[in-house]
Design a protein around this ligand. Structure first.
Ligand code: NG6
Ligand code: CA
Length: 502
């Protein structure tokens, strides 16, 4: 009897000692954010696209949660990414609009942010893919030596990035502090002010282009494609656009493999489907929709490789995977890649008005899928209002970290399939026109600016009159009800002002 008691007693100690370990393993899922570029709500078959099929992306929705009411904070890349990683609206900080390729690092190194917080929570953290948040000190990066501060100074243990965008020089990969394959005898120079060196440009030598530009993008030719900005040198280090998805996906997969046994955070920011859309030959012509559709297939492949890797390592169940986009869709964004001609009835923005750059919902309403099989019911659809600004605070709540982000709020329950938590969503268009959504209503602040950008053929939402739409009845933002609803208008105006002054 005594023995038995002793045994039970010891066994129970054993269990209580083990318990924290078990709980710890469960409460610290791996976290993967797949942050796509310029992917619209209508671009994935999970959201109803029929002209293009995205089986791998759809699998995230099938094994988890599909949001129908999720928003990026801004209608372009740099501000959306800044907000995602810092939990602060980009418009609170100057210098956070679309960054040139030689911009200095815009994320403050002295404030906490998402990767730093997760690092402190015991995660191995990595960024792979598009950065576009500046590099180096004021004055910009020293391309030929250690390039810092950068991702490693804001909380990433590992970084394999393109400095800015696919259409901006320098067209090279960077691993941690260094440009990959840079020959010291052939140093890089970069300029966003004037032409440097003698290399051909799209403007002067269009006969050398394999992909013509439609607007902008007429400077240095790299790999047969002219870019924004001029560069010389670094010949051996220059990327080949066709291989880029393979290169980035390979690095993402390697990082997961290396860290399968400890909690990791991977911020995989794909270059797809941003311009220039120059997919690998195995995707060319496969969508029947031209380069844009082919880039969607390539993106779907990249996502599939990540999913397969998680499966192979048996960590799918305990991985929180967030798939989303930095802003809404654009079709012609500066290259004659026949995306417009070959759309074939495909609607990248679904029923939304506007697109990338716009204050209308097409600018910031984005696809968002979340899976975590251990916690999220499969095949769930959430209509809850969600803003990417809350991902930071939600991940802090998940990992038990205290943070003091200015705008990010804990919406973990919504992120995992629960009810609406966020009261309002704020949208920043390219020219600092603002939208705010609360309940069924959306207000767009009045101001000058063109109604439409004819180059990209997108309505920007600018109007000298205040705009008020009832999104429940009018998701396409066609009927401005401001005059009929002065009370609602006043309320939303006041709300926007109060957040701005917060
Ligand atoms: C614009 C570019 C566009 C794209 C965008 C940034 C021109 C005419 N247009 O200025 O092609 O690069 O910047 O896109 O140069 S984002 O998704 O990174 O914000
Ligand atoms: Ca973008």
């Amino acid at each position: 009897m005594l023995h038995r008691f002793k045994f039970l007693f010891l066994a129970s100690i054993g269990i209580t000692q083990l318990l924290p370990l078990v709980c710890k393993a469960q409460s610290k899922p791996n976290i993967v954010i797949i942050y796509t570029d310029d992917l619209g709500v209508g671009d994935i078959s999970a959201n109803g696209a029929t002209k293009v099929k995205t089986p791998n992306i759809d699998r995230i929705a099938n094994q988890g949660l599909r949001f129908t009411n999720a928003y990026a904070t801004a209608a372009t890349c740099t501000p959306s990414r800044f907000s995602l990683l810092t939990g602060k609206y980009a418009w609170r900080k100057s210098g956070t609009n679309i960054a040139p390729g030689d911009a200095a690092l815009i994320i403050p190194t002295k404030e906490e942010n998402m990767p730093l917080m997760l690092q402190k929570a015991g995660y191995q953290t990595a960024v792979v893919g598009k950065w576009h948040l500046g590099l180096g000190p004021a004055g910009g990066p020293a391309w030929n030596s250690d390039i810092k501060p950068g991702p490693l100074e804001v909380g990433f243990n590992y970084s394999f990035i393109m400095p800015a965008t696919g259409d901006r020089v320098p067209c090279v990969y960077m691993e941690n502090y260094r440009i990959v394959d840079l020959d010291p005898a052939d140093p890089i120079t970069v300029s966003y002010k004037e032409k440097i060196g003698n290399e051909p440009t799209g403007k002067e030598n269009p006969e050398l282009l394999k992909l013509n530009y439609s607007h902008g993008h007429d400077a240095t030719i790299i790999n047969g494609v002219s870019r924004i900005g001029w560069m010389t040198g670094g010949k051996k280090a220059r990327w080949v656009d066709e291989d880029m998805a393979d290169v980035f996906t390979g690095r993402a997969v390697n990082f997961i493999e290396k860290n399968a046994k400890n909690p990791f955070f991977l911020y995989f920011a794909t270059q797809d489907i941003h311009v220039p859309r120059v997919p690998h030959s195995r995707f060319v012509g496969k969508s029947g929709m031209g380069a844009r559709g082919d880039a969607i297939l390539q993106l779907d492949w990249s996502v599939g490789e990540v999913l397969k890797t998680l499966d192979r390592l048996k960590i799918t169940d305990n991985t929180l995977l967030i798939f989303t986009s930095d802003n809404g869709a654009v079709v012609d964004d500066g290259y004659e890649d026949r995306a417009v001609e070959l759309l074939n009835g495909h609607t990248p923005s679904g029923i939304l008005r506007g697109g990338k750059y716009s204050a209308f919902d097409g600018g910031t309403k984005i696809p968002m899928l979340v899976s975590w099989p251990a916690k999220i019911k499969s095949g769930t659809v959430s209509n809850a209002l969600f803003s990417q600004i809350d991902i930071y605070a939600s991940l802090a709540a998940l990992t038990g970290r205290k943070i003091s982000a200015q705008d990010s709020r804990n919406s973990l329950s919504t992120l995992l399939g629960g009810k609406i938590n966020r009261e309002f969503v704020i949208q920043q268009a390219v020219n600092s026109t603002f939208g705010i959504i609360q309940g069924d209503w959306k207000y767009i602040s009045p101001g000058p600016g063109p109604a439409i950008n004819p180059l990209v053929n997108i309505e920007l939402g600018n109007n000298m009159k205040p705009q008020l739409y009832n999104l429940k009845n009018d998701a396409g933002e066609r009927n401005n009800l401001a005059e009929q609803n002065p009370e609602v208008l006043k309320k939303l105006m006041a709300k926007l002002e109060s957040v701005k002054n917060y």
